[in-house]
Every structure is written in structure tokens, then in C-alpha cells.
Design a protein around this ligand. Structure first.
Ligand code: SF4
Length: 346
């Protein structure tokens, strides 16, 4: 499968936290992403500290593109966006209930690259590449290299869809499916459209938040022309992630006739306050996106320091319910391996 390589270790020259990179394509922005802890600290004018994790970075490398880093306040080690991308030594903790496969996805794998967790829906691991490495990611240990790409994935997908007429929705996930170039993504959509019983296409992506320039005209046109009902679930955890460029991109996606939803993860030190969650919901509404899910952290090894107790999460939901209209309050949910649906927590 044609994906954008993330193997180029160069860092964009001459761009600081207040700089703009709007003349670059989204592919160039991927190539100039920061990939090491020292580069990240230098970029944000932070001094070296023993709590910043070299070991964690070796296992799950830093990957943070400049359009995202430009939304982080320099010289602030507690910035909520920085916490999502900076490895720290706490990632070496491994509490008993944390694992490398917290959602039981190995058991849900029909064949490498194709998962079925819920009735009627098939999940496609379209690529292992992401536009950012989120330190709390539940797939940080996922065996991406086992799965096929390109034509082999499309053939397997076509066969799986032909075999099961109870399916009516295909979810493109990853990694981030929007790291595929438009032509590759369009070919995957062709395959899905060719299965007459499939009604809906859902795309899970963080790219419009991380690099809003990814929302190209050709992407919008391809979605507009699809016979499928389209749902895009973006992933934003904090209002500071949603600047005016992001709002424009999300509004452009909206013009393709796509239902726009957001899912967040409740993260200690990032969004575990009523004010942060209210601001996030309001910013999403500004962009025409419904706040859909607030996930309890999936217990993946390396992310335990982000865990917020469920009781505190329930209190937060009660607090934001008193300040927002009902449609702006996300469903607080937990995914439990093997369950037929997500569990509503609050
Ligand atoms: S973009 Fe999504 S899949 Fe990629 S690291 Fe972040 S949470 Fe994980």
C-alpha cells in the first residue's frame, strides 16, 4: 500500500514555535516532524530533565509535526499538548491490569489487518503510520507489520466483505488511514463501495487535528462522490488543539456530506478538569463537530500515568452536564475486551 514514509529524520530549518508552515504540503510536514526528545525540547525551549524518558522513546519513538507543535506554549513542561507527545520515565511503570493488548484485539482479528469487534462492522487497519505518536495510544504495541497493505489488503477486504452479508459498515482505522495518499485511500473506498450490502464508511483519524492541511480538495471531492454514508471520527483531547486552521479543515470536510464526530481520551494532566472538557466541547461545536465519546483510558503498558479514576470521570461528566447543552456532553465510555458494545460509565 502506498503510504507516506516516516523514515526521514530531518527537522524543518528556520521554523520556531511562532512560525508558520502554510506553504508546505501535508506530506512535507510529515517529513519534517520532530522525532527525538532532544529536538523536541530544543524546539520548545525546554531544558533537559531526568524525568524525560529515553527508554520510553526508544520503544515508541517521538513523532510530532510542526503544525501541532506550534500550538504548544514554549517553556511550559506542563502544556497539555506537550504531555501527549513527550515520553517520560513514568512510561516504564507496568501496573498489573495494564497489558500490550488492552482491548483483546488479537482475539478480534479475523486475519492480519481485518478485525471484527462488534456486530455488523468490520475494522480495517489501513496502515500502521500516524501523523503523531500519542503517548497513551492503545495500539502502541500493535503488530502492524503482520498486516498486508496495498492491493493485498484490498483483495482480502473484498473477500471478507463478500463472505459476510451481515456487515453494513466498514471502519478505516490504523495507524491513521489519512496518512495514505488520496489515490490509495480512494482505491480502498472503491473496494468498499463495490460491496453492495455496505451502507456506511467510517474513518477514524487524528490527522485533520494534527495537520489540518491534510484535508485536500481531492479528499473532499472523493468523499462527496461516494454512494456510502460517511462518518469521520476525529480525535482531539484539548481545545488548544483546535486552532483556526483546524476549524477551517473540519468545516471543509463537513461540506462533503460527512457526519463529523469527535472522540477524546480522558487523560490526567491534559483534560481532567471540567473547564478543559467544556472548552473542548465548545471548540468542537465551533468547528461543526459533535463531541461523541470521552473514553476511559485503555490500560496499555506505557500509559498508566495518564489514568484518571472512573469515579472522578463521572464527577467531571456531571459537572460539564450542568454547563453545556445535552448534545455537547460526550458519552463517557470504556471499551472492555470481548464485550459486544462499549460500556457507558456516566
Ligand atoms: S494517532 Fe491514533 S493510532 Fe496514532 S498514535 Fe495517536 S492515538 Fe494512536
Amino acid at each position: 500500500m502506498e503510504i507516506l514514509t516516516t523514515s526521514n529524520g530531518s527537522v524543518g530549518a528556520g521554523l520556531g514555535p511562532s512560525g508558520k508552515a502554510t506553504s508546505e504540503t501535508w506530506q512535507q510536514m510529515m517529513k519534517t516532524a520532530i522525532r527525538t526528545v532532544p529536538e523536541l525540547l530544543d524546539y520548545l525551549k525546554l531544558s533537559r530533565h531526568s524525568t524525560f524518558g529515553a527508554a520510553a522513546s526508544a520503544k515508541f519513538p517521538v513523532f510530532a509535526p510542526l503544525p501541532y507543535l506550534q500550538r504548544i506554549r514554549p517553556e511550559n513542561p506542563a502544556d497539555p499538548l506537550l504531555r501527549q507527545v513527550l515520553p517520560i520515565n513514568a512510561e516504564d511503570q507496568s501496573p498489573p491490569h495494564f497489558s500490550i493488548d488492552p482491548l483483546g484485539e488479537d482475539a478480534a482479528t479475523l486475519q492480519p489487518g481485518l478485525l471484527q469487534k462488534y456486530h455488523g462492522r468490520l475494522l480495517v487497519v489501513a496502515t500502521g503510520a500516524c501523523a503523531i505518536h500519542c503517548r497513551y495510544c492503545f495500539r502502541r504495541h500493535f503488530p502492524y507489520s503482520d498486516g498486508p497493505g496495498g492491493g493485498a489488503l484490498r483483495e482480502q477486504l473484498a473477500a471478507a466483505l463478500a463472505k459476510d452479508e451481515t456487515l453494513d459498515e466498514v471502519i478505516l482505522s490504523g495507524g491513521d488511514p489519512l496518512t495514505l495518499v488520496d489515490e490509495a485511500l480512494s482505491s480502498l473506498v472503491d473496494t468498499i463501495e463495490a460491496a453492495a450490502h455496505i451502507k456506511r464508511l467510517r474513518i477514524h483519524t487524528r490527522l485533520p487535528i494534527v495537520i489540518p492541511q491534510r484535508v485536500t480538495q481531492s479528499l473532499v471531492e472523493r468523499l462527496s462522490s461516494s454512494r456510502l454514508q460517511k462518518v469521520i471520527v476525529v480525535h482531539s483531547n484539548h481545545a488548544n488543539e483546535i486552532d483556526n486552521d483546524v476549524i477551517s479543515s473540519l468545516q471543509r470536510l463537513d461540506t462533503s456530506g460527512t457526519q463529523m464526530l469527535n472522540q477524546s481520551v480522558l487523560l490526567k494532566g491534559v483534560n481532567d478538569s471540567a473547564d478543559a472538557l467544556v472548552d473542548l466541547s465548545q471548540r468542537l461545536l465551533d468547528a461543526g463537530v459533535l463531541p461523541y465519546y470521552l473514553h476511559q483510558l485503555d490500560p496499555v503498558i506505557g500509559a498508566a500515568h495518564f489514568e484518571v479514576p472512573i469515579e472522578h470521570g463521572r464527577q467531571l461528566i456531571a459537572a460539564i452536564r450542568a454547563r453545556l447543552p445535552g448534545y455537547a456532553v460526550p458519552r463517557y465510555v470504556q471499551e472492555i475486551a470481548g464485550q459486544p458494545n462499549k460500556t457507558i460509565l456516566g
